[in-house]
Each structure stands twice: as structure tokens, then as C-alpha cells.
Ligand binder design. Structure first.
Ligand code: FES
Length: 515
């Protein structure tokens, strides 16, 4: 099974054969491009650059598709989460048109890859249905329909949707798509290696020297590269992008129905957060996939409650035979509604980044692959300016967005905690974690399956925010910039690149973090 950054198992993980890269370690020390991140963005970009004749190395801190690519629900859209009326208001109508064209080109690039490499990933074109359920939403829907059309994406009112859910008004946008994301991405990884590219897993990028060539410092030694691309969602280190992207979690379930009434196409309601629906056939078996209940990472006390709410929503609208899979995943919401693709802010040289895809990661991954490739090849692409991470958009709400994201705990762990004191407050089940207050200090506790309590410093090793326990995924999640750690404090996803510190109960000391 494909490994992922949480305890819950997604539909995709269980139905994909892992791809084992041919190289266990880095063999060469000089490359044209090093790509950090083995999800859909990194692998799509690596393949495009390798095909263009460059020598590329892709390094992944864990294993391929460990992050959000294994937890997506894989909608491919030109009807995007940030509506075209918002994009037109904030960036102008011409740019709304450019965004629509970039999304269309991305879906075409994916289709081309599937045909060229004969990828069996159940790709299907589908319509997207967006429907309102009250007057206010209907007004909003009309504004979206008008702006979507103006952006060059045909959108028309229709009288029925594929869902058994009543609605006020609905629009249909044709030529969207859906697929099995892991089967697609792992086939691209193979194509990349077949084209002469190198993939090395379990190798984290630790640091860089922003020189020319860039010195990329990894767990397997230093590498020289003409370009470094961070395809890690949010880059490591401390960067302007950490203030411009907020981490969110979304919840999904793959369901078997008892009456076989699986809805066709892709559907979306208009609540905030909204629900999204589609059906995927996998090896002859249909699954209804429903997602929603999104919230800012680590901003809810009980992530199981989000699953419960989603399950009752599904059961109230469909005849559920079985909830086959349930999982959650993380995405990054950009401050002004568009992704950040291009030069890493503060690094005008040869370090590039792609992040802030919101809920459209599958589509924007391939938009990013094309833009990053064109930057490296010095080719013109109107998206280079539009998606530039260094753009400054003075938009309403930006100040509060930044403030919300600065959630830094001030305290240090300085106390001496005995095992008896810890056991006295560790009223948690084996396999669970908890943040507790002890002698005026905040401490993270995790009780392992053997009943032993581990004491962890809850300060995130990125910028010292206090992590929160995610009960459903069994992880420690950071509310500030989305770093995530396993129950024992081992880093799962960046921007942190060091483990949470352990507090030694015998000595009262805090052990230094390891990579
Ligand atoms: Fe930045 Fe935790 S991810 S402080």
C-alpha cells in the first residue's frame, strides 16, 4: 500500500501498486534541476523538464505521493474554487481569462500524458454542476455564471443535477474531468525514470545556498543544481509565503451505495465550506466520493466530529451500504485566491516554488509544471507574471489573513516533570495524544499502544507555534503553517524539517531535535 501522512487510509492508497524508484541513493552530485517533493506537482514538473532535455533529480523526504496527492479527491476543473468574478475583480478580466486558459491547458496536458504513456487511470471527462439552495446563493451563482462565461468557460443553467439533493438553481460547466490520481502520478514517475531522470526517496532537503549553481543540502549530502524547485506545498525555512498561505484540512469518504444510484459527473453545493461529490470506478467497483467539512488546520478540538458530520450528511442524502474509506488531507489557501508559482520570495536567483493551490491542487499542479518549466527554459508564458509569488496585491482581508496566521506561543519548556506527575494527568487511551497544562507550562503527551506515556515539547520546530492533536489522523498538526508530525513527534510534512523535541522525564531535559 502507498504510505500517506495520516492514520486514515484513502481510497487511492489501497488501490494502487507502489512504484519503487530504481535508485536508493543519490549517485551523481551535479544536476540541471533538483525537484524537492514527490507528489503530483513535483513529478509532473520533473517529467516535463526531463523531456525537454535537462538532467533532473527528484528527491522526496518520505515516499512518493506521501502527502496531499494520496489524499485528494481528484477533481480536474476549469470551474475553480476562487470564482471568476472574484479573480476578475482582484486581477482584472484579462487575467481571469488567463487563469481559465491555464486550467484548460493543464487538463489537456494531463490528457496528453495519459495518451502518450498509455496510463490506465480511469480518466473520464465530466461536467461540473454548481447549485444554489437559497436566494442568496442564487444571486451569487448568477454572478459566478456570468464571470465564468466572460472568462471563456461555457456555463449554462440546467434543470437537473446528478444528485438526489434539491436545489434552487444550478449551472453546468462541461469538459471537466476525474481520474485515479495515484495511478496517474506513479505512471508519470516511471515515465520520468524511463526518460533518464532520477528519483530518490527518504531524502529530505535540509538547506540551500542561494548561489549559482545552487548548493542543495540533503540528508544524502550536497548536490549542485542550476535550479532548485520546491514542490512541497509550502517551502521550508521562513518565507513570505508562510504569511500568504493558510493550511486547511478537508474530509472525504468513499462510499458503497445499496441502490446503485451512483451520481455521474462532478457536483458542488455553495455552502462555506462546500460539499463536493463524484463517483469513481476502480477495477469494476463504483465508489461515491463525498468531501467537505473543511477547517483551518488544528483549529478544531475533535477531528472525528468532522467525519461524523460528513457521514450524517451523506447518509441523509444517499442509501449507504458501507463507508468503505474515510480520510482527511491538507491543502494551502492563498491570501488572494491564486496560487504562487515562480521565484521563491527573497530568492531572486534559481530557487522556484509552487504552492497555494487551494482546493484545485490536481489542476494547478499541472499549471505549475508548465510555468516552472517555461521559467527554467526561459520561454514566454503569461502565467509567469500572473502567478508570480512576489506579486503584491493590496486586497481587503489580507491584513486579517496575516494576523490569523501569526499564532505563535511564547513559552519555553523549562520545568522538571516526574513520571508520576505525567501519569496522573495522562487520562488518555493507548494510541492517543493530548495537550496538557502542567505547572503553568504546555506539554504534549502521547500514550503508546503499550500504555507508556511519552512527553513531547509541543512547540513546532518551524516557528514555535503550539501543535494540536489530530485525533482521527493520529498526528500533531501545527496551526500556523501546517507542519505535521506523527504521534511520536517525527516530522511528516513541512515546512518544519526537524522532529518535535522529546522531554526526558528522568532528567527533566529537553532533547535536541533530530532530522
Ligand atoms: Fe510554522 Fe509550525 S509550521 S510554526
Amino acid at each position: 500500500m502507498i504510505a500517506r501522512d495520516g492514520a486514515n487510509i484513502s481510497l487511492w492508497q489501497q488501490t494502487t501498486t507502489p512504484y519503487i524508484p530504481s535508485r536508493p541513493v543519490i549517485t551523481e552530485k551535479v544536476y540541471d534541476v533538483v525537484i524537492a517533493g514527490g507528489g503530483i506537482t513535483g513529478i509532473s514538473t520533473a517529467l516535463m523538464l526531463q523531456e525537454a532535455g535537462l538532467q533532473c533529480l527528484l528527491v522526496e523526504a518520505q515516499s512518493l505521493c506521501f502527502g496531499t496527492t494520496g489524499g485528494t479527491t481528484a477533481h480536474l476543473n476549469t470551474l475553480l474554487d476562487t470564482p471568476y468574478n472574484t479573480i476578475a475583480d482582484d486581477f482584472g478580466k484579462d487575467n481571469a481569462n488567463l487563469v481559465a486558459q491555464a486550467a484548460r491547458n493543464a487538463i489537456n496536458d494531463i490528457k496528453t500524458n495519459i495518451a502518450r504513456y498509455q496510463i490506465d487511470c480511469a480518466f473520464e471527462e465530466a461536467s461540473a454542476y454548481l447549485y444554489s439552495q437559497n436566494e442568496k446563493q442564487s444571486e451569487e451563482l448568477e454572478a459566478i455564471r456570468k464571470a465564468t462565461l466572460e472568462a471563456g468557460v461555457p456555463a449554462a443553467y440546467i434543470h437537473a443535477t446528478p444528485l438526489p439533493i434539491s436545489f434552487h438553481k444550478a449551472i453546468e460547466v462541461k469538459q471537466q474531468a476525474k481520474f485515479h490520481p495515484l495511478r496517474y502520478v506513479l505512471a508519470l514517475a516511471k515515465a520520468f525514470e524511463d526518460a533518464g531522470g532520477s528519483i530518490v526517496e527518504h531524502c529530505r532537503v535540509l538547506d540551500t545556498d542561494n548561489t549559482d549553481p545552487v548548493i542543495v543540502k540533503t540528508e544524502m549530502g550536497d548536490i549542485q543544481a542550476k535550479w532548485l524547485i520546491y514542490a512541497t506545498h509550502i517551502p521550508p525555512g521562513i518565507n513570505l509565503l508562510h504569511l500568504r498561505c493558510a493550511p486547511y484540512r478537508s474530509y472525504a469518504m468513499a462510499v458503497r451505495l445499496s441502490d446503485n444510484s451512483y451520481p455521474a459527473d462532478l457536483s458542488y453545493d455553495m455552502y462555506d465550506p462546500y460539499h463536493y461529490y463524484r463517483t469513481q470506478m476502480i477495477d469494476g467497483e463504483p465508489y461515491l466520493i463525498v468531501g467537505g467539512e473543511d477547517h483551518k488546520t488544528a483549529h478544531t478540538d475533535n477531528t472525528n466530529a468532522s467525519f461524523n458530520t460528513l457521514e450524517s450528511h451523506i447518509r441523509s442524502n444517499f442509501n449507504v451500504q458501507e463507508i468503505a474509506y474515510r480520510w482527511s488531507s491538507q491543502y494551502f489557501e492563498p491570501a488572494d485566491g491564486l496560487p504562487y508559482i515562480g521565484h521563491l520570495p527573497g530568492n531572486p536567483g534559481k530557487i522556484l516554488v509552487a504552492t497555494g493551490f487551494g482546493g484545485n491542487g490536481m489542476t494547478y499542479s499541472t499549471v505549475a509544471a508548465r510555468i516552472l518549466t517555461d521559467i527554467v527554459l526561459d520561454k514566454e508564458n503569461p502565467g509567469i507574471k500572473l502567478f508570480d509569488p512576489n506579486r503584491i496585491k493590496p486586497i481587503a482581508g489580507f491584513a486579517s489573513f496575516v494576523k490569523e496566521n501569526v499564532d505563535v506561543a511564547k513559552q519555553l519548556i523549562t520545568g522538571f516533570f516526574t513520571k508520576e506527575k505525567i501519569d496522573a494527568i495522562a487520562d488518555i487511551a493507548p494510541g492517543e495524544g493530548k495537550i496538557v497544562q502542567l505547572e503553568g507550562q504546555t506539554v504534549a503527551l502521547y500514550k503508546d499502544e503499550g500504555g507508556q506515556v511519552h512527553t513531547i515539547n509541543p512547540r513546532c520546530t518551524h516557528m514555535k507555534c503550539t501543535v494540536a492533536w489530530n485525533i482521527s489522523e493520529k498526528t500533531w498538526d501545527c496551526p500556523c503553517h501546517g507542519a505535521r508530525y506523527d504521534a511520536n513527534g517525527k516530522v511528516l510534512t513541512g515546512p518544519a524539517d526537524k522532529d518535535l523535541e522529546k522531554i526526558n522525564l528522568q532528567t527533566g531535559t529537553v532533547s535536541s531535535a533530530n532530522h
